[in-house]
Design a binder for this molecule. Sequence first.
Ligand SMILES: [Zn+2]
Length: 563
Amino acid sequence: MFNAIVGPAKRVDMSISIVAPVECKESEQCFNSAQFSLAAALFFVIFYNATFFEHVIALIDLSSFRGVIFIANVSLVLWLLTAIFIALATLPYLAKPILSVLCIGGASVAYFMDAYGVVIHRLMIQSVLETDYSETRDLINMNLLLYMVALGVLPSMLLLKINLRYGNFSVELLRKSKFIAVAFLSCLTLILSMSMDYASFFRNHKEIRQMANPLNFIYAGLSYATTNDRIIEVKPIENDAAISAAGKAQEKPTLFILVVGETARADHFGINGYERNTTPLIAQQNIINFPKVISCGTETAVSVPCMFSNLGRSSYSDSKANSQEGLLDVISHAGISVLWRDNNSSCKGACNRVNYEEMQHLQVPELCTGRECFDEILLHQLDEQVASAAGSKVIVLHQKGSHGPDYFKRYPQGNEFYAPVCKSNQLQNCTKAEVVNAYDNTIRYTDYFLNKTIEWLKSKGDYYNTSFIYLSDHGESLGENNLYLHGMPYSIAPKEQKQVPFFMWLSAGYSAANHIDSDCMRDLSVNPYSHDNLFHTVLGMLNLQTHVYDASLDIISRCKRLF
Ligand SMILES: [Zn+2]
């Protein structure tokens, strides 16, 4: 069935030439393993990576020469890395079966990435393997079958026609080693030649690596097969959460909104004394502002799970947070309904066991452009959600906020208050003023969105005691010391990446029902706080009793006047 032929073991005179011991028939086209690896890798790069290139191109400034060179560089690196993997798999008797599996796997991965925008990682492999028959049946459609035929079956049949020529063991080992060494060194050279571009691009768009087909599912599959925490046991942190007597005695249920901001730095908020009044609307609301707040991490994947855990920054780790329940679980246990609405990449595990709505792929024409939506989408049809359940409710709105580098895409045209703006995602190509203008427009739009959210809460005042918190996950560098974006290691991160905006709005009904002394709140608001305070402050705001609640970290507790 397979045309791979292993040559008989014989001594090879390496000093003369590397000659395969098996000749092809004259009528046949033969490939050695290196040629085959390069050709097969090129085939994968061209036909299986539409989503990968679509995302890369969308994030690169193609109008600049450097952007074009970077895309060419990334394409070559993807080709060479794929070829290295295929070279490792190009073994007698095994090459064609392995390549067929890659074609069929790659075809289905290409379909799901192209159609649903999914990226492939270890947990995705786990969920695919745990998918039951009815879920699988629901996913099958004509387009998937077309992908499977065009990119799976036909290339596999083509493989049968190809003749692979192998040398004996030592010849093949030498050829493969040379090929892999040259390909690897070429990759390294390409990456080092644009190391700054690679560092900022892949640090800020980690998900792109998970779109490189077929390397993504090979890596995810190996990661799944070798990881020993395949099924992470998530432990509760309490079993005693309940609404306190004071909470139960209130006439109206509570409706609390927590907005998790994205990449907003404190010093660019007008309410924190910024020279530009970037927050004119929330400044008019009766908010309690906390100007000195430090984040738990400098990137979303750390800050968001940390904000919703009771670990605190000093004892936080990914594995600890993943293996225990968090704030939203505690609230749910007390019988309060919780909804997480996301216009970001995900809740990073913080909402795994509560209701979740992905908003960024909705096709609401006035709020969405292509694959993305402006943050107002988070309020879309929220009335219906609130009407659907009785009792107290917590709603978390996870913004896209000021996520860079393409700040100019974060706000509608009408919200461009500061100009000219940087229209490139290569910030170093713009002037500092253009970068800051674009960024400040995102804060101005966040001001509009937060104000709209507070106004929405006010409209519910007849039925609920309403309250609100806004807290950003981390800040952003805007060119200070030639640093851009965020994600610096915490110990060396500049203050711009760690100082985050944080404020509360409490309705008069909420303050009265909870006996909040607003003068006391304003006095305390000037003290330094951190993400560590969020867990306990929210529990306190909801009148929840549990042994994991620490009143000393609850900002409001000292201002409750309970007779
Ligand atoms: Zn973030």
